[in-house]
Design a protein around this ligand. Structure first.
Ligand code: TRP
Length: 336
C-alpha cells in the first residue's frame, strides 16, 4: 500500500515566533519522524506574493523560514522540503484547476469575504485593493495539495475551508476527466497549543504581540518580562489557567514541570520569579536550535542547496502527475 502523504505549506511572511513553533513547526517535525508517512513541507512563497510585494523582504523571509525549519531539526532526507516557486507544475496545475472551479465557490472563501466586508465598513468599493491573487488563493492552495496526492493536510482552523475547497475542486475534476486526483482531508490537532502572546491574545504577527523564536538571549529575557500579568502580589495564590506566563510554560514543559509550576502558582510564586523560570526553560530548549539557526543563516548557499535538492525530489512526483493531467484534459501532441 502507498504511504500516507501529509502535506503542509508555510507562508513566507515575517519572522517565525514561539506561536508558530508550538502550533506548526514542532508538531510537523514530530510527524515527519513517524515511520509510515511521507511528508511534504514547503515554503509557500507564491502565496506570500499576495501580501508581500517587497522583493528583498520576501527573499529574507524565505531564507529565515527555511533556516528555522532546518534548525529545529527537520530531516530533509525524510521529509520532502521545497520552495513552491521551484515547482512550475504547481502553477500550471493551478490553471487547470481554475477552469474547474466555480467562481461562486471563490466568492464564499473567508479571506476574500473578510476583505470585502472591511471595504464595506470603510465605505469603499467592494473590490478595493483585492487582487486576483487574493481571490484565487484557494485554487493555488488546491494545486499545492493535489499536486502531491496529499491524504492529510495539517492546518490551523482558519485554513480548513481551503482544504475543503481543494477537495471540492478535485471531485469536480475527477468527475469530469476521470479519477486522477486524491481527495485530501484537513487535520486540526486539538492537542496542539494555540499560544498566547505578550498581551494575552493569540500570539500573532498581526497583533504585534509575538516573541520571535530565535532572539538573542538578552532579548528573549526582555520579551518574557513583558508578558502581561495581573497585579497580584508575591505570596498571593495565582490561577495558572488565567495566566499567559503559565500558558507559555505549559507549551514547553514536560508533565512533571507542569505540575510543579501549578503548585508554585497555588503557593503564590511572584510574577518576577515565574518569568525568570520561564525564560530559563525557553532558553534551555532554544539554545541549541538557535546556534544552529545562526550557523545556517551565515551559509545561505547551504540552505539554497537543500532547497534545490528538495525541489528535485518534489518534481519527481509533480512531473509525472502533471503529464498525466495534461493528457487527461486534452493538452496533447497533435500527431499522436
Ligand atoms: N494558506 C496557508 C496558510 O496561510 C499556507 C498554505 C499554502 C498551505 N498552501 C498550502 C497550507 C497547502 C496547507 C496546504 O497558513
Amino acid at each position: 500500500m502507498r504511504q500516507q502523504r501529509v502535506l503542509t505549506g508555510i507562508t513566507t511572511t515575517g519572522t517565525p515566533h514561539l506561536g508558530n513553533y508550538v502550533g506548526a513547526i514542532r508538531p510537523a517535525i514530530e510527524a515527519s519522524r513517524e515511520p509510515d508517512v511521507q511528508c511534504f513541507y514547503f515554503l509557500a512563497d507564491l502565496h506570500s506574493l499576495i501580501k508581500n510585494q517587497d522583493p528583498e523582504l520576501l527573499r529574507r523571509s524565505t531564507r529565515e523560514i527555511a533556516a528555522t525549519w532546518l534548525a529545529c531539526g527537520l530531516d530533509t532526507s525524510r521529509a520532502v522540503f521545497y520552495r513552491q516557486s521551484d515547482i512550475p507544475e504547481i502553477t500550471e496545475l493551478s490553471w487547470l484547476l481554475s477552469c474547474m472551479t466555480a467562481k461562486g465557490l471563490m466568492n464564499r472563501a473567508h479571506a476574500y469575504k473578510a476583505a470585502v466586508q472591511s471595504n464595506q465598513e470603510a465605505g469603499q468599493d467592494d473590490d478595493f485593493g483585492i487582487t486576483m491573487g487574493l481571490y484565487g488563493y484557494p485554487v493555488l492552495m488546491a494545486a499545492d495539495i493535489l499536486m502531491f496526492g496529499a491524504d492529510r493536510v495539517p492546518v490551523g482552523r482558519d485554513q480548513i475551508q481551503h482544504v475543503e475547497m481543494a477537495r471540492d475542486i478535485a471531485q469536480r475534476f475527477n468527475h469530469h476527466y476521470g479519477d486522477h486526483l486524491v481527495l485530501p482531508t484537513a487535520v486540526v490537532d486539538d492537542e496542539v497549543a494555540v499560544l498566547a502572546g505578550l498581551d494575552g491574545r493569540k500570539m500573532s504577527k498581526s497583533y504585534g504581540n509575538t516573541i520571535p523564536l530565535f532572539l538573542p538571549e538578552k532579548q528573549l529575557q526582555k520579551h518574557v518580562n513583558r508578558i502581561k500579568t495581573n497585579l497580584q502580589e508575591p505570596g498571593e495564590p495565582k490561577n495558572p489557567d488565567e495566566s499567559t506566563v503559565f500558558q507559555v510554560w505549559q507549551a514547553f514543559a514536560n508533565p512533571g514541570q507542569r505540575e510543579e509550576m501549578r503548585r508554585e502558582f497555588a503557593a503564590g510564586i511572584a510574577w518576577g520569579e515565574a518569568k525568570r523560570r520561564l525564560f530559563e526553560l525557553l532558553n534551555e530548549q532554544l539554545r541549541e536550535p538557535r546556534a544552529h539557526y545562526e550557523e545556517l543563516m551565515a551559509q545561505p548557499a547551504l540552505i539554497e542547496r537543500l532547497l534545490q535538492e528538495g525541489a528535485e525530489r518534489a518534481r519527481s512526483y509533480s512531473r509525472p502527475l502533471l503529464a498525466r493531467l495534461r493528457e487527461a484534459v486534452g493538452l496533447r501532441r497533435v500527431d499522436a
